[in-house]
Ligand binder design. Structure first.
Ligand SMILES: [Zn+2]
Length: 230
């Protein structure tokens, strides 16, 4: 039977919705409604470490991973308390050079969230488009971000996120060589436990004005509901 998982990508969770990009922003109220809706569907949430350690079974299974890019402080202030309330695991991809900068988490916030069960993943040092860099520069961005985060949280960092979903063959090899166990892209789709490429995991983005039907469809199928009026 199929053991499947979907990954949903979020960026900003803000008090007031800014009309910049509906794929990058969700309001706190909508985020809470979305979590409530998905939990009510009986969807099984996991972190990426847990998904990777999951022993595929003969039963059909579907797991969903919630991921948050860039390490914004609004994750700490708005999303984290809601995730705690619903006891939901999540992965936070941190850009290490932004730690402590305005609008980003501080080192202390990352340490605290890790202690409280948030999985910390790496999102490079500077969020450059990796495929535009030399191999040496890519390595520095990938490997050093892992090392710095591991020093900070005193734990292994096994999950990586390609900035802008941008990567080439060299990037993938370097991410493997650095010791990561998985990496997420911005390509949509369902991931199959037994046959997915763990370094090119599919992921679907949250959208600010999603309807209930679209939210559930996305979590279950890993793709956007084809354009309808629903
Ligand atoms: Zn990013």
């Amino acid at each position: 039977m199929d053991n499947l998982f979907t990954i949903i990508g979020y960026h900003h969770v803000t008090e007031f919705l800014l009309p910049i990009s509906k794929k990058l922003y969700i309001s706190v109220a909508d985020f809470e409604k979305e979590m409530d809706l998905l939990v009510g569907q009986g969807i099984e949430f996991k972190g990426l470490k847990e998904v990777q350690n999951y022993k595929p079974s003969t039963q059909k299974s579907l797991q969903t991973v919630l991921t948050f890019d860039d390490g914004y402080s609004n994750f700490y202030h708005h999303a984290f308390p809601i995730l705690r309330r619903y006891q939901l695991p999540a992965v936070l991809y941190v850009i290490t050079e932004e730690l402590g900068q305005p609008d980003y988490c501080t080192r202390e916030m990352v340490k605290e969230m890790h202690k409280k069960g948030i999985e910390i993943g790496a999102h490079t040092l500077n969020h450059f488009k990796l495929s535009t860099l030399t191999q040496e520069e890519q390595w520095k961005e990938i490997y050093n971000s892992k090392r710095l985060l591991e020093e900070l949280i005193d734990d292994e960092v096994t999950s990586f996120c390609y900035p802008y979903g941008d990567y080439d063959e060299t990037t993938v090899k370097l991410v493997q060589k650095a010791g990561f166990h998985n990496a997420v892209t911005t390509e949509i789709g369902l991931n199959h436990h037994q046959k997915c490429d763990w370094f090119r995991l599919a992921r679907v983005a949250s959208e600010a004005d999603d309807t209930k039907k679209r939210i559930i469809y996305k979590a279950v199928n890993g793709v956007y509901l084809p354009n309808t009026n629903l």
